[in-house]
Write a protein that binds this ligand. Structure first.
Ligand SMILES: *[C@@H]1O[C@H](CO)[C@@H](O)[C@H](O)[C@H]1NC(C)=O
Ligand SMILES: *[C@@H]1O[C@H](CO)[C@@H](O)[C@H](O)[C@H]1NC(C)=O
Ligand SMILES: *[C@@H]1O[C@H](CO)[C@@H](O)[C@H](O)[C@H]1NC(C)=O
Ligand SMILES: *[C@@H]1O[C@H](CO)[C@@H](O)[C@H](O)[C@H]1NC(C)=O
Ligand SMILES: *[C@@H]1O[C@H](CO)[C@@H](O)[C@H](O)[C@H]1NC(C)=O
Ligand SMILES: *[C@@H]1O[C@H](CO)[C@@H](O)[C@H](O)[C@H]1NC(C)=O
Length: 486
């Protein structure tokens, strides 16, 4: 970590002495970030935000016209992989140059060689840790499930399928804390930088290193105790014994447990509980590119399973306009006033969102070797129509036996009529297409135009007129069969 502090200066020297063109400056800013992570995969990031403030502003501000970096315009993360490989090249070049200049190669060179050994070490440690709470002999191997979604796709609801099962350690949106803490400059840097942070934090969480979150929680936890974990109450695993400690003195807790009062969350206890459980599941709406998960998919300790949850983008937009009303003022004004042209940047953002979801799904369905058997695509609409069947499919895919707990929960929670923004309790087969009856047709048209390729891939049919949009007997769903389970 200490080294992390000095790197920005090193980079600046490189920059000056080598007179690198300004477009590389942004890469350098990234390399600093990458170094911070590579340095200590396990104990990374003590207050990442502090570190980031130390990146010389000149680097962050640098103008870039390199197409590999122009990825912010429509918020599409298309070029992240290019960026990633650009890092690697630049790192290698820096190493070469420093060798030529007779300087010490950056620490990272040795790190890389040591990495293999370290991984083995970590794996051995992990196995040891696994020994004490040995699961029953016939238990299936430990699985790590990522429910990868975007906001308003029904991920809270689908997440419950995993939250409700007692032998799964389930975390609800832990990456929220990272988004709140790590603020990169607007634009490509933001997207790419945070994708790397999300990935590395996610990996540590899957390894039951919950301490990693502490660096991102404000106020900073003391003694590994905190009462500020986002939506703690949405993770049963954080609210049951022994993680729920007796409440000794009343403290303000922003996201308390639902059915009982607990003391502040003890991260040590939570990490221990995580290791005791047979499986682990995380729901995340902040991972936008499947491609970036390759290192996790290839980590034998994780035996990762990714379930990508998608939903009709028309429904998603309708839902977002209600849930995040102030972010959609432009859209509402456009709808209200009528004649004004919708701002192109809004359409671009929508298109970018749809495209990054589509690209991830396309990659997953293509089944590259590193993802084979590890990726499943699920449409929210299918879950809403046949929740139990889809739950069974997801569990089968994950290789985890489904318990009656989950079946009961699904039974109870897919039939009651109940409204609420984050509510999971609703008559799911009735609710999932409610949006159709209140959505102005011209709004649907905009989405259909911007998200055409994604809609075609996922089997969401466009409508030609307002009448079909609101006509319940016109189905908007193309049947998708076993094709979705890969
Ligand atoms: C970036 O480019 C803009 C437009 O070309 C220019 O006005 C600005 O001064 C540049 N900023 C830096 C830091 O070079
Ligand atoms: C937006 O994303 C598309 C990919 O769908 C890409 O081809 C295009 O260049 C991007 N536009 C901008 C302005 O970045
Ligand atoms: C660095 O040097 C190695 C060995 O000389 C070479 O294979 C590699 O291409 C060089 N990397 C760059 C980015 O120049
Ligand atoms: C948190 O739990 C650990 C493990 O049981 C315990 O050793 C530690 O004292 C607890 N921390 C606090 C502040 O109570
Ligand atoms: C839920 O909605 C479906 C479709 O409208 C309906 O057939 C069913 O009776 C409803 N169930 C309950 C419990 O309201
Ligand atoms: C709704 O769609 C069905 C099937 O296409 C059609 O037969 C019916 O006339 C439509 N109803 C209305 C009110 O347009």
């Amino acid at each position: 970590m200490e080294k992390g502090f000095t790197l920005p200066q090193d980079c600046r020297h490189f920059l000056h002495s080598l007179r690198m063109r300004s477009k590389y400056a942004l890469f350098l800013a990234f390399v600093v970030v990458v170094f911070v992570f590579i340095e200590k995969e396990n104990k990374i990031i003590s207050r990442v935000s502090d570190k980031l403030k130390q990146i010389p502003q000149s680097l962050v501000d640098a103008n870039s016209t390199d197409p590999a970096l122009v990825l912010a315009e429509n918020a599409s993360l298309l070029s992240l992989s290019e960026l990633d490989s650009a890092f690697k090249q630049l790192q290698s070049r820096m190493r070469n140059l420093s060798l030529q200049l007779g300087m010490e190669p950056p620490e990272e060179a040795e790190e890389e060689e040591a990495a293999g050994a370290k991984e083995e070490e970590a794996a051995a440690e992990w196995e040891q840790e696994q020994e004490e709470p040995r699961p029953p002999a016939e238990a299936p191997p430990r699985r790590h499930v990522l429910l990868m979604a975007t906001t308003r796709t029904g991920s809270s609801f689908v997440g419950e399928f995993f939250n409700q099962q007692g032998n799964i350690f389930y975390l609800f949106e832990p990456l929220w804390h990272i988004e709140r803490t790590v603020s990169f400059e607007q634009g490509g840097a933001n997207a790419a930088g945070s994708a790397l942070v999300y990935r590395d934090v996610l990996k540590q969480l899957f390894l039951c290193d919950l301490y990693i979150l502490e660096h991102f929680i404000t106020p900073l936890p003391e003694d590994h105790l905190t009462q500020f974990v986002f939506r703690r109450g949405s993770s049963q695993s954080l609210c049951e014994d022994p993680v729920c400690t007796p409440l000794v003195k009343k403290v303000f807790e922003k996201y308390p447990c639902k059915n009982r009062r607990c003391g502040p969350l003890n991260m040590t206890l939570a990490s221990e509980a995580c290791r005791r459980k047979e499986h682990m599941a995380v729901k995340a709406v902040r991972i936008r590119q499947l491609e970036f998960l390759q290192p996790l998919a290839e980590d034998p300790r994780l035996d990762l399973r990714v379930i990508q949850l998608v939903r009709d983008p028309r429904a998603v937009l309708a839902s977002r306009m209600v849930a995040f009303a102030d972010k959609y003022e432009t859209w509402k004004n456009w709808l209200a006033k009528g004649q004004d042209q919708l701002r192109e940047e809004e359409v671009q953002r929508l298109r970018g969102n749809c495209e990054s979801i589509r690209l991830s799904a396309e990659l997953g369905l293509k089944q590259p070797a590193w993802l084979r058997g590890r990726y499943m695509l699920v449409r929210y609409e299918d879950v809403a129509l046949r929740p139990l069947q889809k739950a069974q499919e997801m569990y089968r895919f994950a290789g985890i036996p489904l318990t009656p707990q989950v079946e009961d929960w699904i039974q109870k929670n897919t039939q009651a009529a109940h409204d609420g923004i984050y509510s999971t309790q609703k008559n799911s087969s009735e609710q999932f297409e409610k949006w159709r009856f209140s959505m102005p047709f011209k709004l649907a048209q905009v989405v259909q135009a911007a998200c055409g390729p994604a809609m075609r891939l996922f089997g969401y049919k466009p409508v030609r007129d307002a009448a079909s949009l609101s006509n319940r007997s016109v189905s908007l769903l193309e049947e998708r069969g076993i094709f979705w389970v890969t």
